[in-house]
Design a protein around this ligand. Structure first.
Ligand code: NAI
Length: 282
């Protein structure tokens, strides 16, 4: 494994390119538009500068990392030499299906295809390609250079060899891989989202103020961040989408999204990215 292609250079993709390049892999970042590519490369450089200022890396490390990152707007060209492709484009099945079909047709036979999806079925994505045995979920967490976990999701036909290769790769990045089978929300969101939803129900029913709910979880349960602050950070629209995936996937009313969450998303109060969610941001 030497060449890694990352498709999509947004919040997650630029972080994924960053960690692979820093660990010595040759990375090709594929974006849809030049302006997003420029933004992604700029974000990577800024994040490396932050690490440099904290003396976590040297100037030579920064230079070498940037030299290992190549970029293109052409998917076919971007995956031609890849040993691993990690997809990090928006969370829409039809978009991902189109990209994976193109990647499958143009990447070498041995190439492993991975999706960073947070909720779409890995089995269903794998079925859009002719290599479901070499298809896997590689679920990184935001911010990628900081967060240790990689949730490795096995689709129905993912081979043991593919799983072991990807677990080993995650370790080479200095991450801790945890393997789980494909199921709605995997482990991370299946456990996290009902907690966030329940915290929102506490606000909705007037049990306590958002600040107090977060205090309870921080001081009583040793959570570094309260569930409502975390929901704002993730994006309330993203939380709602994932709860709907759990609700539809299990057909169990325990996953029904709180009406207050739906209302806040309708009102455009999505958290950090719009300046207001359960809390206000500058
Ligand atoms: P984002 O919207 O920040 O970035 C997506 C990028 O993909 C954009 O820069 C866009 O220009 C690019 N793109 C769209 N179509 C493309 C194409 N055909 N070829 C190349 N690039 C294309 O999205 P974000 O937040 O980075 O999410 C990406 C994936 O990661 C989603 O599946 C999401 O569910 C998942 N995820 C997100 C997390 C988060 O905290 N944001 C956490 C874990 C997973």
């Amino acid at each position: 494994m030497k060449n890694v292609s990352v498709i999509g250079g947004g919040t997650m993709g630029n972080g994924i390119a960053h960690v692979f390049a820093m660990s010595g892999f040759e990375v090709t970042l594929v974006e849809a538009k030049q302006q997003f590519l420029d933004k992604a490369l700029d974000a990577i450089e800024k994040n490396l500068d932050r690490m440099l200022s904290k003396q976590k890396i040297s100037n030579d490390d920064k230079k070498a990392t940037l030299q290992r990152i190549h970029s293109t707007l052409n998917t076919v060209e971007g995956v031609m030499k890849a040993d691993l492709v990690v997809e990090a484009i928006p969370e829409q099945f039809d978009l991902k299906k189109k990209v994976f079909q193109e990647v499958d047709e143009n990447a070498p036979k041995h190439t492993i295809l991975a999706s960073n999806t947070s909720s779409i079925s890995i089995t269903k994505l794998a079925a859009q390609t002719k290599r479901p045995d070499r298809f896997i979920g590689m679920h990184f967490f935001n911010p990628v250079p900081v967060m240790k976990l990689v949730e490795v999701i096995n689709g129905l036909e993912t081979s043991e060899e593919t799983t072991q290769t990807v677990m080993g790769l995650a370790e080479k990045l200095g991450k801790v891989p945890v393997s789980a089978d494909d199921s709605p929300g995997f482990v991370s969101n299946r456990v996290l989202m009902p907690m966030i939803n329940e915290a929102i129900f506490c606000v909705y029913e007037g049990v306590a103020e958002p600040e107090d709910i977060d205090q309870v979880m921080k001081l009583g349960m040793a959570h570094p961040m309260g569930p409502l602050r975390l929901a704002d950070f993730i994006g309330l629209d993203v939380c709602l989408d994932i709860l709907n995936v759990l609700y539809d996937g299990f057909k169990d009313p325990k996953y029904r999204p709180c009406p207050l969450l739906v209302k806040m998303v309708d009102a455009g109060k999505l958290g950090d990215k719009t300046g207001e969610g359960f809390f206000k941001y500058d």
